[in-house]
Design a protein around this ligand. Sequence first.
Ligand code: MN
Length: 152
Amino acid sequence: MPLKEYREKRDFSKTGEPEGGEREAGRVGKVFVVQEHQASHHHFDLRFERGGVLVSFAVPKSIPEKPGEKKLAIRTEDHPLEYADFEGNIPEGEYGAGEVKIWDRGLYEPLEWNEDRIEVVMKGDRLSGRYVLIRFKKAGEKEWLLLKGKEG
Ligand code: MN
């Protein structure tokens, strides 16, 4: 049950977020999405399609735009693929209450993907080029660093 944690946190009779399991797997291309989330703490949610779910990270400050710039990213629960299309207001009192807007979306190519390091090439409207996520174990189990990689 890959979406167990996602579903346990939400009441789908109250939130407009997708429950998951509607979209067929096996489409061509790997989608990424960045959603701007005006929750109790404003953040960006960076999600990558992988293994039939959206592998997700919350980025508290901003997405790095210059090579070498580092930002903290927190691994969050996997989200259903349909979440890549989600925009709307999560009602007060529900998990993640606040406005969600798609900030960028596109396709990505994984260059490396293991439990400590993820390197991708992103092709979105705002984000393009290499991005790297590195486990930041000193900071905790779910902490990663997000970097804009050098091109070439
Ligand atoms: Mn969020």
